[in-house]
Design a protein around this ligand. Sequence first.
Ligand SMILES: Cc1ncc(COP(=O)(O)O)c(C=O)c1O
Length: 380
Amino acid sequence: MSSLDNNEDQGHKFSAPIHVQEIAPYQAGKPIDELAREFGLNPDEIIKLASNENPLGVPESARKAIIEVVDGLARYPDPNGFYLKSALSEKYNVPSSWITLGNGSNDLLELASLALLTRGDAVVYSKYAFAVYHLATQARGARHIVVPADGYGHDLNAMFNAIDVETRLVFIANPNNPTGTFLSADKIQSFLEKVKKEHGERVAVVLDEAYTEYLDPELRFDSVQWVRQFPNVVVTRTFSKAYGLAGLRIGFSIAQPHLTDLMNRVRQPFNVNTLGQVAAVAALSDYDYLQKSYEMNKQGLEMLQQAFEKLGIEYEPSFGNFILANFGEKASDIHMELLRNGIIVRPVFSDGLPHCLRISIGLPSENQRFIDVLTKILDA
Ligand SMILES: Cc1ncc(COP(=O)(O)O)c(C=O)c1O
């Protein structure tokens, strides 16, 4: 084996920009196969409650659509996603020219930062907000303005006050990951009005709504109306969560044409693959699957919240498909012990939450197994 195969640092000094050298890579939830290898466990007995995926599996409607196009996979995908954009345009009552498709909504967050930021610009986001805001800002060499949280949630007044002359972008996650907190429509409306009044169109606001389908009906709101009202707003959504298509990597944004056009300029031509496009069209009108996702998640959240209360564990009431719980000094040990028992949850230590674990909602049987194992660990 050569020393390069050995993955040793050869001391090479590439002239990468310092902001790139300083990127701390995103830490994803541990894959099932990896845990099986590490602990010699049977992969079929492992449960993963670590990446906020949909435990119902691929919607049947999407599976059928995927099978129908498999023979065409030697061809590149439609670079403009005609059918998916048409379906989204109808659903959200906006022209197709307002929609950008992404390789997951993660791609849209990157595209917004690529389109709008250059060195010397600044980005405002909340402490404990989705980790990709930090990464997208860092990768552009822009300056981070990380605003102290209100508890575990966004403090929109403080975020407004933090906008300075170099700020070009504000990221808001609603609901937020990893904390599960939620901002009501009236708070967002008044934030957007203040930004418009004070800064005009100089500052873009990305409203990341990856978990919006999990909101109770009385909390839902038509955020696309803000896109109509405010030319500086980009709403991002995903098919990875309530639509059950995380592995296909597909998301979209809605923004007025001038912003959409900029994002499309920096987009890879074939960023959304054929399977993702057809599966998303099918899933978009699969109301039964969506409703089932919502209901199962609601029950799962209640189940976990009740269990935490019984066990005396502090948690943050969640509006997503996951829940953040505070295990104090024992968090790291509990995480390891859960892994040994074949349960993968997500440590969020590097998100500034050293005592917390984030648990994604699973199937009822998976939630029960998590609760049983956790109870055993705490009793030991
Ligand atoms: C708040 C938030 N936004 C965006 C994403 C990106 O998801 P995807 O790229 O799968 O659409 C996630 C993923 O967990 C998230 O939690």
